[in-house]
Design a protein around this ligand. Structure first.
Ligand code: MN
Length: 643
């Protein structure tokens, strides 16, 4: 097991400018918060983040990645908040930890709904920084290495996820070293018998095999020496899963696959790569059409190499890879090989940190266009966003989609009743534009109905069709339907009014627009034969102007035990986040929101209307006070006294 000091020493070797104290502090925080946790193996939990950080150091990753690796399970598994990490370690490290945590929360649904492709894309999209994915891959790798301690069922689920999602991502990123390890480990748990069979055969034939490969290797090495081409010839190891996959794909036996000799030649420059081909063809016969030039035409994941297949003595098939040292490093470490850590003078031009998007853009330029388009995993940023339900399910939406689109994507009944939304824990308006990685919670209300305004703010065909269908049905059947249902859903008790007047129906009581009395203020009511009772502030100037016939004063009080829905209207200067601010305030007072709407009054003012469930008069008074204090709120009044 590596300790913190060993880790720091390792990082210092390739990055002498690394902030030792920062790494130590990250270790200390992780050690403290995980202190009472154990791995399934019974070992202290801290060995896991340490192991992940250690493997990141092997990839020579920057200190932020190392710290994030140490802290990667802190937010997910413990009470430690992301906010605290941000304060202590800064934005960059907190962002990396948050990214890894979000991916961890991604859960696959039931088998049938297993959206592998979506999840894979989601993973890319969520991780706006490539380092997040590298940390996550190494996290998975360490978990796979310690999978023995988990129950069989869990082993299979995790192994399946690794085979379907993480190994292909490692491949896509060209991190071959991690890819084959993930594959072999997953293979071991998914097909234990086949794994054992292949494992035994490999071991049984190992010695003879190695001798044979060594002979072939020597022949080639000598020939290259004679031709004065500086190079190293390595006998390649075939991994369990790659043998198995080839057996399946090519319908060959183990022997047919295993007997193929695989050699890799590393030389110093591109010219010599091509020269090596000449030397090889001088000794052995090439198999037609098996030569591939990935140096001139790199793969999407930036892999470069010459591939050739020749027939050796006794008809042995020899597979050959030829590349430079630099290409070899990229082939093994993939995108991690490109990562430049901070703090080195020579790396100044890399100071502008490469973001994930930029990396992808660069790939797009370098890779042949068609191949790029075919590599579906990375076309996510074009027109799609990936959002989560609170349970971690992925909802794929077009760019510009709103919470209403999301609600309809979940289920049309959720869409039809969509009254509000929380994005990443905060209330937003229904027009809020969703972004990749957002976690969305839809607030539904039994009395909410689709309205024509929604058609302007939605982006998906599903939402459009459902809303249109609803509106169409309503017009066709105006007398039935919604209204009737609404009445049924009202509380069983008679509708109350906020203001109590002996012998007057709640529906006949109205608030005067001139003075806009608010709950708790001194009020007077004047009865008007045609309009009912109008409520003014006791000191309202317009009372004096009332005609004698309108001055029939009635005894009027606020009901302190009032408990019902109230309609509040808030007028404010329109700005981004206005509705969200009001909704947050409503939520902060523990008030249940029934519906929320907003419309423009002229060019600058907006009127937001809320139906809220009020418990008593003090509750309402407190709520109004708090909304009044919000920035840009100009006026608040009661629309309906009781519903
Ligand atoms: Mn972990």
């Amino acid at each position: 097991m590596v300790g913190a000091e060993e880790l720091i020493k390792k990082v210092k070797e390739y990055n002498p400018g690394a902030d030792e104290a920062l790494i130590r502090r990250a270790y200390e925080v992780a050690e403290r918060v995980h202190r009472n946790e154990r791995r399934a193996s019974g070992e202290p939990f801290i060995i896991h983040p340490l192991a992940v950080a250690d493997s990141l150091a092997e990839f020579r990753m920057d200190e932020a990645s190392i710290c994030a690796a140490l802290l990667h399970d802190v937010v997910e598994d413990t009470e430690e908040s992301l906010e605290k990490l941000r304060e202590e370690f800064g934005e960059e490290i907190a962002m990396l930890v948050d990214g890894v945590t979000k991916i961890t929360k991604l859960k696959s649904k039931s088998r049938e709904e297993y959206q592998v492709e979506s999840l894979r894309k989601m993973l890319f999209a969520t991780a706006r920084d490539i380092r997040i994915i590298i940390i996550k891959l190494l996290d998975k790798l360490h978990n796979m290495k310690t999978l023995d301690y988990l129950p069989r069922e869990k082993q299979v689920r995790i192994a399946k996820e690794v085979m379907d999602i993480y190994a292909p991502i490692a491949y896509r990123l060209g991190i071959e070293k991690v890819r084959w390890q993930l594959e072999d480990l997953a293979f071991k748990y998914l097909e234990p018998e086949k794994f054992r069979e292949i494992d035994e055969k490999i071991k049984r034939n190992k010695k003879a095999r190695e001798e044979y490969v060594e002979n072939v290797r020597q022949v080639l090495e000598n020939a290259l020496k004679e031709n004065k081409i500086p190079s190293t010839v390595i006998g390649r190891i075939k991994h369990h899963y790659s043998i198995y996959r080839k057996m399946l794909r090519k319908e060959r036996t183990f022997e047919e696959i295993f007997d193929v000799v695989a050699l890799r030649i590393i030389t110093d420059n591109v010219d010599n790569c091509y020269k090596v081909i000449g030397v090889i063809h001088n000794i052995w016969k090439p198999i037609p059409r098996r030569f591939k030039d990935y140096i001139a035409m790199p793969k999407v994941n930036l892999y470069q190499s010459l591939h050739d297949v020749v027939i050796g003595e006794g008809g042995t098939i020899i597979e050959i890879q030829i590349r430079t040292e630099e290409m070899d490093k990229i082939a093994e470490n993939g995108i991690a090989a490109h990562w430049k850590y901070k703090g080195l003078e020579t790396d100044k031009k890399f100071d502008k940190k490469l973001t994930w998007l930029k990396e992808i853009m660069d790939w797009q330029q370098e890779a042949p266009a068609k191949e790029f388009v075919e590599s579906l995993e990375i076309d996510f940023f074009k027109n799609e966003i990936y959002t989560f339900t609170p349970k971690g399910d992925v909802i794929e939406l077009p760019k510009g989609a709103t919470p209403i689109d999301f609600a309809y994507a979940v289920h049309s009944s959720v869409g039809d009743r969509c009254a509000g939304a929380k994005v990443n824990g905060a209330f937003v308006s229904l027009r809020h534009e969703l972004r990749t990685g957002d976690v969305i919670e839809i607030i539904t209300s039994k009395t909410q109905r689709p309205n024509i305004g929604w058609l302007k703010i939605i982006k998906t065909a599903k939402a459009r069709n459902k809303i249109k269908k609803y509106l169409y049905d309503e017009e066709k059947l105006p007398a039935r339907g919604a209204k009737k249902i609404e009445r049924e859903e009202l509380p069983a008790t008679k509708a109350q009014s906020l203001i109590m007047i002996e012998g007057v129906k709640p529906s006949k009581i109205k608030i005067a627009k001139c003075c806009n009395p608010l709950p708790g203020e001194d009020i007077v009511g004047y009865s008007d034969k045609t309009r009912g009772v109008i409520i003014h502030k006791a000191n309202c100037d317009s009372i004096k102007k009332l005609k004698e016939s309108q001055k029939k004063k009635v005894k009027t009080v606020w009901r302190s035990d009032f408990s019902s829905l109230v309609e509040l209207k808030v007028e404010a200067l329109d700005r981004v986040g206005l509705l969200a601010d009001v909704l947050n305030t409503i939520a902060a007072t523990g008030t249940n929101l029934d519906t929320a709407n907003a419309k423009m009054l002229g060019k600058e003012m907006a009127e937001c209307t809320f139906k809220v469930k009020i418990d008593d008069l003090d509750h309402l008074r407190n709520l109004i006070e708090r909304i009044k204090k919000l920035k840009d709120v100009k006026k608040i009044h009661i629309g309906k006294l009781g519903i």
